[in-house]
Design a binder for this molecule. Structure first.
Ligand SMILES: NC(=O)c1ccc[n+]([C@@H]2O[C@H](COP(=O)([O-])OP(=O)(O)OC[C@H]3O[C@@H](n4cnc5c(N)ncnc54)[C@H](O)[C@@H]3O)[C@@H](O)[C@H]2O)c1
Ligand SMILES: O=c1ccn([C@@H]2O[C@H](COP(=O)(O)OP(=O)(O)O[C@H]3O[C@H](CO)[C@@H](O)[C@H](O)[C@H]3O)[C@@H](O)[C@H]2O)c(=O)[nH]1
Length: 455
């Protein structure tokens, strides 16, 4: 099938490259000429495991361009996957979506095209995008559209760092549409994923337990709400275990044992119960804010989701409080932060807890040194005022430091030769912000091990 994808960020690029790998002809459009240039020469502008390999495998069926006219006319499906970041009032900024929909509406021609919102968009955006497409079509063609396109919602659930895995082996595919023809087109587009009949890439084998992938076919508003509800639930689950972690610290219980003990209950499940510094990233903060704002439009408060956000902010402050408790004075102290990306296996720094924690420590007068195995280059661009604190080597981070904090659970930090560094520190304090290090082992090496929950 012929596919066009607007936006080549984490979602758009993953969608475009994966669909090309699966045999579709894909044109990816981005308004940023630097990204397009980089992709044309086979270099993904983002760090995502396996992306360069899949890009190379799918390159024959992939085109990158800044021009919608190269991809939209004659496409069976056009995905809109542009960013929808938060405005200060919590509403998503829809200007990129508006602009993309306008460009698509002007170019759509020939046959029937399903225009799919893959961006996470407020409830009702399907209708809004439909109206923009119609206006743009009319201004371009001088007549009203007569069934050339239909809008559908196909929310994305991929996790950064596992984006290609999640696309090829999703837990489910959700389609919101009231048009049977659109449903049929999207069913055909996704058939090989739904039935798992494609040949997996050698570097990403199919999980043994995976059967057919369920498809949830529903109306536009329900599909849009499914996306927000999923993210709000996951964010709340993490905040819940973090809140339990605080109580565990006070009563002398081990939150990891508690997480295991509740997670074995099939009704609760073991995933997303890892306590620590809390969630960050481009989605949970933005999407919980948008959900609360949407509910507010209907004069409804969302106390559970609001509390999940409050707890998450408290977790970031808890890092500083724990260091204050241990070191008493932070002024002049040298504190190293291990990990800047909001999670391992990505270079994404959006709403990264490390950035918040670094700024809080600096406000307390600490001298902060920062390290990340992958996100350093992006950090220099996006946080220029903090960039001078970035260290190229771990020796620099540990050298003469009063404490180091594990903020991001990169495997490089878990597998570190910790013994080598203990002698470099002025005070051998390790604050394990992810409950991921081996306390006994570190203590035997001479470290003073602290966890974020107070133990
Ligand atoms: N990142 C994730 O893990 C994730 C997962 C699920 C859903 N989402 C949602 O998907 C959407 C995209 O997120 P992302 O992280 O991929 O964003 P991103 O910022 O990484 O990428 C967006 C891309 O769109 C391009 N763009 C912006 N306006 C454009 C236009 N008018 N025409 C063409 N290109 C344009 C930008 O240059 C950029 O390359 C958001 O709504 C997000 O909430 C993200
Ligand atoms: O038990 C856990 C699990 C995660 N996190 C943190 O939560 C954040 C988000 O992690 P994750 O969900 O793995 O990453 P994202 O790439 O942000 O993916 C989320 O957000 C995407 C964007 O909407 C959705 O598509 C995904 O389904 C959803 O998991 C990160 O800071 C993690 O460190 C924890 O603190 N504890």
């Amino acid at each position: 099938m012929r596919v066009c994808v607007a936006g080549t960020g984490y979602v758009g690029l993953t969608t475009g490259v994966s669909l090309a790998y699966l045999g579709h002809d894909v044109v990816c459009v981005d308004h940023d000429p630097d990204k397009v240039e980089s992709l044309r020469s086979g270099r993904p502008p983002i760090y995502e495991p396996h992306m360069d390999a899949l890009l190379a495998e799918a390159s024959e069926r992939l085109t990158f361009t800044t021009d919608y006219a190269e991809g939209v006319p004659g496409a069976d499906v056009v995905f809109i996957a542009v960013q929808t970041p938060s405005l200060p009032d919590g509403n998503p900024d829809l200007r990129y979506l508006r602009s993309a929909a306008d460009s698509v509406g002007r170019c759509v021609a020939g046959g029937f095209t399903v225009v799919v919102n893959k961006s996470t968009v407020p409830i009702g955006s399907g209708n809004w995008v439909d109206a923009i497409l119609r206006e743009a079509f009319e201004s371009q063609h001088g007549r009203r559209p007569a069934g050339e396109f239909s809008v559908a919602s196909n929310p994305e659930f991929l996790r950064e760092g596992q984006a290609i895995f999640d696309t090829l082996y999703p837990d489910r595919i959700v389609i919101g549409s009231d048009n049977p023809r659109s449903l049929d087109v999207l069913n055909r587009l996704y058939r090989v994923i739904l039935n798992q009949t494609f040949t997996p890439p050698t570097f990403l084998p199919r999980p043994a337990e995976l059967g057919a992938v369920p498809m949830v076919s529903t109306d536009l508003a329900s599909a849009e709400l499914i996306k927000y509800a999923a993210n709000a639930f996951l964010a709340t689950k993490i905040s819940f275990i973090n809140e339990i972690g605080v109580v565990a610290g006070k009563v002398g219980a081990d939150v990891m044992q508690v997480a295991r003990g509740i997670g074995l209950d099939a009704r609760i499940g073991p995933r997303f119960l890892e306590p620590g510094v809390g969630w960050g990233g481009s989605c949970f903060g933005k999407d919980t804010a948008a959900l609360i704002t949407t509910a507010g439009d209907y004069h409804h408060e969302m106390p559970i989701v609001s509390a999940a956000r409050t707890v998450n902010q408290q977790q970031r402050r808890a890092v500083v409080d724990r260091l204050l408790q241990e070191l008493r004075i932070l002024k002049g102290r040298r504190i190293g932060l291990l990990g800047l990306a909001f999670k391992p296996d990505t270079d994404d720094l959006r709403d990264a807890p490390a950035v918040d924690v670094a700024r809080q420590l600096i406000a307390h007068g600490a001298r902060v040194s920062l390290h990340d195995p992958v996100a350093g280059e992006r950090f220099r661009r996006e946080q220029p005022d903090l960039a001078p604190r970035l260290c190229d080597t771990l020796d620099e981070v540990f050298d003469d430091s009063d404490a180091v904090v594990l903020v991001t659970k990169w495997s490089q930090y878990l597998d570190l030769d910790w013994e080598k560094y203990v002698g470099l520190m002025r005070e051998p304090v390790v604050l394990d912000g992810r409950h991921a290090l081996d306390r006994g082992r570190l203590e035997r090496m001479g470290y003073r091990y602290l966890s974020i929950t107070g133990a």
